[in-house]
Design a protein around this ligand. Structure first.
Ligand code: ATP
Ligand code: MG
Length: 711
């Protein structure tokens, strides 16, 4: 093993990295270097003679995949390029694109996002409200994750509500087939079907993969485990790494059974345990170990850190959400100030060293406001980008279709948004016809023989849509400059009656109006591009020659990559606890650690049976454990004395998890004002010293440390 690969691994990690004859499970607590084992093992496998293409590493999110790719490239260099590093979902997509035809799926099948699914289910349910549709969607997804189809779901359905949901599911399935579309759950379910029912496909995949590595194994669901089993076959050449104490996706079907089953399904499983935590100080790690203590243990683990005791964990009580946000601002500013004092010692704190974690998405709002006011750059991790908004996606689909008539997913969305009396039976007929003759939907629409499969009325509506698209394309080609572009866009939106569609589709008028404002912003933005403004790589605006609408539209496909341009930004991260899994920051604040928020209390908890509630509490405790263990050097845990609940403000209680951290009393309280005062005094002293020094040496060096404006 080369030095660079072996360096930075302890003996237990080396053991896991060097074992590739059979199945291997690395089971260890947070920050113990499990993910590091995966990256190094990729290198080791390549060194042992496997081709990069024969290795698949599966991560939990696209972001984690991107990060692992980056790390692997640094460690292994060019050969890492060929390794398949992706999520279960993108692996599934790849399998379906390659081999899905045996399931009757067209090569360019569309992938529906959650919004698409909601609107199809809404439609399948006869136009119910969005909330009910989402409820059905949730149940259907749960069934799909259990590997059930609508017929099987109908058999196990209990009560009238579930029976109804199973009937909706059957209609939903019909529509997906007709539209040649799959949803996210299908990206796991269908590949499994492919592997289980088609021997040739299974053999092909098993032979092409020499080793499969899975990160965050504790959060795989039953279907994903079955996919893994089919992929590795009896030889079972895989490495799974995970931590049962960090299983936090039970609500999405992830199951610890997968961990329990491994030693049973693979009696020769090699189990490696890691005990040293390389991430956090002892103070932080102790709080984490204390919190997770009360949970029942699937596998007993010990975890120690050699990074020293470090700063005590702080508990900060806040009067309200706004007060909490301002205390976090003060904390960040004072830690930064402290860091710049110690800059010579390499302790300088960048914005990206800070992270604020919370239980629910909406909790980001007060922080966003306070950060903006204090000029603190930030990003909301997992937040929705402009181009992910449903209304913007609607418009982009239309425009994409103008640029590329063969873009079937775009066709599907455009033809149904807004509704133009082309029902799912017609689209089903068109879809089957297109896949039979290997045509795109747009091509199929103009085919003479389509009349043999569709009734005249349906055909006429389709043709009208096709002609309208052609006309729009013709106009787009001839639209040049910002002014004309705006006219073109507004005419088009009027012709398809998009504003009405927005208002009809939303229960709340306020939301519809906000969406319409987004649409107008988008039009402005497009028009500017036609008028010769362009974003350069760095995001600045440069001037370019006038463009036609069609030219601008053609570059739209690249837009989706805009949101991925996140990269390594030097900004504070705001993130949900769930989205922070696997990541680490030097300074972490856990926000809103209140009873009712973390552990989260559902409205209907009182009606639930106590076993369910106990299990949920354990999952919430694991979430707290995940939160604490994201911190490397400092950790603050906030709770609110009064908090908002719906429209009311209620009294807040500190979460039971704060007591469970068992912090020593004298370290618990922190008064940032005291700290800031002390720092100010120190700064002033420093400035005096510097001035004195400067005067003495008569050197004309400019002052570098700038006192930040706090408060
Ligand atoms: P999590 O459970 O949160 O996913 P993990 O077990 O995957 O954590 P890693 O993210 O791989 O842990 O490692 C945690 C930190 O410790 C990283 O910064 C990593 O670079 C560092 N690390 C891991 N192993 C070692 C080692 N042997 N020597 C020094 N640093 C290490
Ligand atoms: Mg990890």
């Amino acid at each position: 093993m080369s030095d660079s690969l072996a360096a930075g691994l302890n003996l237990a990690q080396l053991e896991a990295v060097n074992y590739f004859e059979g199945p291997c499970l690395v089971l260890a607590g947070a920050g113990s270097g499990k993910t590091r084992v995966i990256t190094h093992k990729i290198g080791r496998l390549i060194q042992s003679g496997l081709k990069a293409e024969q290795i698949a590493a599966i991560t939990f999110t696209n972001k984690a995949a991107a990060e692992m790719r980056e790390r692997a490239k640094k460690l292994i260099g060019r050969p890492a390029k060929g390794v398949l590093i992706c999520t279960f979902h993108s692996l599934g997509m790849r399998m379906l694109r390659q081999d899905g035809e045996v399931l009757g799926l067209k090569k360019q099948f569309s992938i529906l996002d959650t919004d698409d699914v909601t609107s199809i289910i809404k439609d399948a349910g006869g136009g119910t409200d969005a909330a009910t549709a989402r409820q059905w969607q949730w149940t259907i997804s749960r069934w799909k994750n259990m590997g059930l189809n609508s017929a099987q779901a109908a058999e196990i359905a209990s009560g009238e509500e579930e029976a109804l949901t199973a009937r909706i599911m059957a209609r939903y399935e019909e529509r997906l087939t007709a539209y040649q579309s799959v949803d996210f759950d299908d990206l796991i379910g269908l590949p499994l079907k492919l592997l289980q029912e088609h021997d040739a496909v299974r053999t092909k995949w098993q032979e092409s993969l020499g080793h499969v590595l899975v990160d965050e194994y504790q959060d795989t669901n039953a279907t994903q485990y079955e996919v893994l089993k089919c992929l590795v076959g009896e030889r079972g050449r895989f490495t799974a790494v995970g931590d049962d104490d960090q299983s936090i996706y039970g609500w999405r079907g992830a199951t610890l059974d997968n961990l329990k089953k491994l030693p049973v399904d693979y009696p020769n499983l090699k189990v490696v345990k890691l005990e040293q935590n390389y991430r956090s100080t002892s103070a932080i790690l102790r709080a984490a170990n204390n919190v997770i203590g009360p949970n029942p243990k699937l596998f007993p683990k010990t975890l120690f850190s050699e990074l020293g005791e470090g700063e005590p964990v702080r508990v900060v009580d806040c009067d309200s959400e706004e007060h909490e946000a301002s205390r976090v601002v003060a904390r960040i500013q004072s830690l930064r100030a402290e860091g710049s004092l110690q800059a010579a010692g390499g302790q300088y704190r960048e914005w990206k060293d800070f992270c604020v974690l919370y239980r629910a998405n909406h909790m980001a709002k007060p922080f966003e406001k306070a950060f903006r006011k204090a000029n603190i750059p930030y990003k909301v991790s997992g937040g929705q980008s402009f181009f992910d908004r449903a209304e913007i996606k609607d418009l982009c689909c239309w425009l994409r279709l103008l640029a590329n008539n063969d873009d079937d997913p775009a066709f599907m969305r455009a033809v149904t948004t807004p509704k133009r009396g082309i029902g799912h039976t017609t689209l089903g007929g068109l879809g089957t016809f297109a896949s039979q003759y290997k045509l795109s939907l747009f091509e199929a629409l103009f085919s003479h023989s389509l009349s043999s499969v569709l009734p005249a009325k349906a055909l006429a509506s389709l043709n009208e849509f096709g002609r309208y698209l052609n006309d729009l394309e013709y106009r787009a080609k001839r639209t040049v400059g910002a002014e004309d572009a705006l006219v073109f866009l507004k005419d088009w939106l009027k012709e398809i009656d998009y504003e009405k569609n927005l208002y009809d589709g939303e229960d709340s008028e306020k939301i519809a109006a906000a969406k319409w404002t987004n649409v107008m912003d988008f039009c402005e933005w497009m028009a500017q591009r036609c008028g010769g403004q362009d974003d350069d790589e760095a995001g600045g605006v440069i001037t370019a020659p006038l463009k036609t609408m069609l030219e601008v539209v053609q570059s739209i496909a690249l837009l989706s990559t805009l949101s991925e341009r996140e990269g390594e930004q030097n900004v504070v991260t705001l993130s949900t606890l769930h989205a922070a899994k696997g990541l680490e920051w030097p300074h972490v604040v856990l926000a809103g650690v209140n009873e009712g928020l973390l552990p989260f209390k559902m409205e209907d908890d009182d009606g639930h049976n106590t076993d369910d509630i106990a299990l949920r509490l354990q999952e919430e405790r694991r979430l707290m454990y995940v939160g604490i263990t994201r911190a490397q050097r400092t950790l603050a845990v906030n709770w609110l004395r009064r908090r908002k609940k719906g429209r009311d403000t209620i009294a807040g209680l500190p979460s039971r998890f704060i007591a469970e951290m068992a912090l020593s009393k004298e370290t618990v309280k922190e008064d940032p004002r005291e700290k800031i005062k002390a720092l100010r005094a120190e700064f002033a002293q420093r400035a005096l010293d510097a001035a004195a020094l400067q005067a003495a040496s008569q050197a004309a060096t400019p002052a570098t440390a700038k006192v930040p404006a706090w408060e």
